[in-house]
Design a protein around this ligand. Structure first.
Ligand SMILES: *[C@@H]1O[C@H](CO)[C@@H](O)[C@H](O)[C@H]1NC(C)=O
Ligand SMILES: *[C@@H]1O[C@H](CO)[C@@H](O)[C@H](O)[C@H]1NC(C)=O
Ligand SMILES: *[C@@H]1O[C@H](CO)[C@@H](O)[C@H](O)[C@H]1NC(C)=O
Ligand SMILES: *[C@@H]1O[C@H](CO)[C@@H](O)[C@H](O)[C@H]1NC(C)=O
Ligand SMILES: *[C@@H]1O[C@H](CO)[C@@H](O)[C@H](O)[C@H]1NC(C)=O
Length: 329
């Protein structure tokens, strides 16, 4: 992409209402290695959350643009009753459906106390949400105070909070993760009541959670990276994401390439679009592939080199996100 094109993108952003300014960070995909992140800082000072975006016209547009199944608008997590009273369950296996893992799920759910969002969020007439991505682009943006103002702040995997509050804030309503991305001491980077939302990619992920919740002997086999053997979490904060969302998210991506799995970030965006009235993204986007030494995350040392053998299709995800924004989602 030439500098001119990049600049044109940038100008377009200036014209977009301030509401979308936070999403500018999404476009570091284009801008990252060329533009200073401090420009984003400049935008963010004028940002605020405007609840008038909650009106039904916006929501309606959102649904239309997504071609999303609306029947489960706000129920995000699996619950025991799904397995007893519900119409026939999905016939798909993990990660797209519970088939073949029903018993494991029942055991996990029997050990967690709640299957809902907290009432103080659930009862809001208009829910504003921000998904905090792990992108390097959020560095030095000072978005922390703004992020803290959303009703729901969604976190991904093991993204740290401590030491980065200035840029990412310290409100952690929920954290979406899988065993390989869990940390043994979640208290370090989460609040006491942060919902810990497991994304079950494979039956072993549920087994890991069951062994933790029941304090059974841990079986370390069947993971692509050793998950923590201890996980100090209050079981009433544990939730299991309904595989329905992985199915729907996958649908947006795999039309041509079946072998790619959505990233947790992309999944979280779809969860948020399903649950929230206003959805903003902060810290999204991968850097340009042209510089393999470029750091990917706002923490740690991973570079673009690490993405080479990735099972994700980040180009396609970027395009879908762009399209969603264009459509007004
Ligand atoms: C919120 O946005 C609406 C239109 O989107 C605008 O009319 C209103 O003035 C905004 N409110 C604030 C406080 O910025
Ligand atoms: C939704 O479906 C319409 C027509 O089938 C299509 O043109 C549009 O691109 C789809 N939107 C998304 C976000 O896939
Ligand atoms: C962030 O700011 C610090 C201190 O001003 C500076 O050393 C660092 O290079 C900046 N990082 C980025 C990505 O701009
Ligand atoms: C977040 O930071 C603010 C200001 O520094 C502080 O008052 C608050 O207690 C912090 N919240 C959490 C959950 O750490
Ligand atoms: C676990 O969380 C629940 C609900 O938030 C709370 O009532 C309970 O006291 C917590 N238990 C412990 C051991 O912290």
């Amino acid at each position: 992409m030439t500098r001119i094109t990049i600049f044109r993108h940038f100008l377009t952003f200036l014209q977009i209402s301030f509401i979308f300014a936070i999403t500018v960070l999404t476009y570091n995909h284009f801008m990252m290695s060329h533009e200073s992140p401090h420009r984003a800082t400049h935008f963010s000072k004028n940002l605020d959350i405007n609840k008038s975006q909650c009106n039904s016209w916006e929501s309606h547009k959102k649904w239309k643009s997504l071609n999303f199944t609306i029947k489960k608008t706000t129920k995000l997590f699996l619950s025991l009753e799904d397995f007893f009273w519900k119409q026939p369950m999905s016939q798909l296996h993990l990660p797209y459906g519970p088939r073949g893992s029903e018993l494991m799920i029942l055991k996990v759910l029997a050990a967690t106390a709640s299957y809902e969002m907290p009432a103080h969020i659930e009862n809001l007439e208009c829910k504003t949400c921000v998904v905090v991505g792990n992108s390097f682009a959020i560095k030095n943006t000072s978005l922390g105070n703004l992020i803290n103002k959303y009703d729901v702040v969604m976190w991904l995997n093991d993204a740290p909070v401590r030491g980065y509050e200035q840029d990412v804030g310290n409100k952690t309503t929920m954290r979406i993760f899988y065993p390989e991305s869990a940390t043994s001491n979640p208290a370090l980077n989460n609040e006491e009541d942060t919902l810990m939302v497991l994304v079950p990619f494979k039956p072993n992920d549920l087994r890991w959670l069951k062994e933790i919740l029941y304090d059974e002997k841990r079986d370390r086999r069947g993971f692509w990276r050793p998950p923590p053997l201890t996980w100090e979490v209050n079981s009433s904060n544990v939730r299991v994401l309904d595989p329905f969302f992985m199915y729907e998210t996958g649908n947006q991506l795999v039309k041509n390439q079946k072998s790619f799995r959505p990233t947790t970030g992309f999944l979280a965006v779809f969860v948020a679009l399903n649950y929230c009235d206003v959805v903003h993204l902060a810290g999204f986007g991968y850097p340009s592939k042209s510089n393999p030494q470029q750091l990917i995350h706002y923490f740690g040392r991973n570079t673009m080199n690490h993405m080479k053998s990735s099972p994700h299709d980040i180009d396609r995800e970027g395009k879908v996100l762009k399209k969603l924004e264009d459509l007004g989602a």
